[in-house]
Design a protein around this ligand. Structure first.
Ligand SMILES: C[S@@+](CC[C@H](N)C(=O)[O-])C[C@H]1O[C@@H](n2cnc3c(N)ncnc32)[C@H](O)[C@@H]1O
Length: 334
């Protein structure tokens, strides 16, 4: 059990195990909306692993990094306030229980094509402001490389944030020479996309992904589809196979993104969730990604899978790896 810290009249952890700490906080949160306690400030200790014992004077403490405290808050479905520095070596933590409102993933729009439209909860998200998404997507773009004259097709483009990162990391003379094709059935999101990408080489197609006619489109060197193919409302594998077989140049690269998270009440929560399951379960996600990986490997692709809240599958043709992938990525700003 935590100790009573006399100087600030708060309960404090010194060398209790993480199991004891989490049980204590969980119990507090069953009765209250918030849990306040003190613990060792990580600021004074460098290159320790969480769980290592440290001595301050004669008192021993268990060191825990802020990442550990954030992970614990995340697992206990809490957010934390900025820790308050107390007398050396302590800080005060406040864990606040998240309100359990429904996620927008469960929302029903009267017009299903507007589920992700500009008036939806989804439109509040800025994935390019999420460090893992931003850096993993950027890595994937650098890995496949983008060059003069490329054509990029994005299935489920929404309001085109995924093109915005390409614009930001590509020299303007190269970007101006790229054809962008975005497909979505959401009219309001496409209208927003067109406000930003309005050049002749920018095409936005309001169409169901299942009935897209690739013979009417330029063939692409890069296919991107993020957060779309896994949807239960889409035959993702069919949509992908058709795009791969009919919409791409031979040797085109592929970037697919699969959500391993949920967005609720301003919080990003780790773990894909299966309908009617209380806790996250990654089985379907793993099965789905394995399908695309195997399919592409059978077509002589080298496939990498990376990521955290969004898993990115990045595939380049095996035989083109040494020359073209390395050369093509040189056009991107580093
Ligand atoms: C979850 S959002 C992902 C958007 C964006 N790629 C991202 O990751 O932020 C899925 C997108 O696919 C679109 N979409 C879903 N089903 C579709 C379909 N059958 N045909 C065309 N677009 C569809 C939605 O309108 C939405 O913009």
């Amino acid at each position: 059990m935590p100790h009573h810290e006399a100087q600030n009249n708060l309960l404090g952890f010194r060398n209790e195990s993480l199991l004891e700490v989490s049980r204590y906080i969980e119990k507090e949160l069953q009765e209250h909306q918030e849990s306040h306690f003190t613990a060792l400030s990580p600021d004074y200790f460098h290159q320790y692993y969480s769980g290592e014992e440290v001595l301050v004077g004669e008192q021993s403490y268990i060191y825990r990094s802020y990442r550990t405290w954030l992970d614990l808050a995340h697992r206990l479905d809490c957010r934390i306030l900025t820790p308050k520095e107390l007398a050396h070596p302590l800080v005060k933590f406040t864990f606040i229980k998240n309100k359990s409102l429904a996620s927008f993933h469960d929302s029903h729009s009267p017009d299903p094509s507007e589920k992700y439209g500009t008036n939806s909860e989804f439109a509040r998200l800025s994935k390019l402001e999420e460090p893992d998404f931003l850096l993993d997507y950027k890595d994937a773009l650098e890995q496949v490389g983008i060059d003069n004259g490329d054509t990029i097709i994005n299935l489920g483009i929404n309001s085109a944030d995924e093109f915005k990162l390409i614009e930001r990391i590509t020299p303007s003379d190269v970007f101006n020479d790229i054809t962008l094709i975005g497909v979505d059935h959401c009219e309001s999101a496409l209208k927003k996309a067109k406000e930003h990408f309005c050049k002749e080489k920018h095409m936005f197609i309001n169409q169901d992904l299942g009935s897209l006619n690739y013979s009417e489109l330029p063939k692409a060197n890069l296919l991107i589809s993020i957060g779309t193919l896994q949807s239960s409302a889409i035959h993702g594998q069919e949509v992908f196979r058709k795009a791969f077989q009919e919409g791409l140049h031979k040797g085109a690269s592929i970037i697919l993104g699969f959500p391993n998270c949920r967005y609720m009440n301003g919080e990003l929560r780790y773990g894909a969730k299966i309908k009617n399951f209380k806790k996250p379960d990654l089985s379907l996600l793993i099965k789905d990604i394995s399908y695309y990986k195997k399919y592409l490997q059978q077509h002589k692709y080298e496939v990498f899978i990376r990521g955290k809240y969004t898993l990115f599958l990045c595939a380049t043709p095996r035989r083109a790896k040494s020359s073209s992938a390395a050369d093509r990525s040189s056009a991107l700003k580093t």
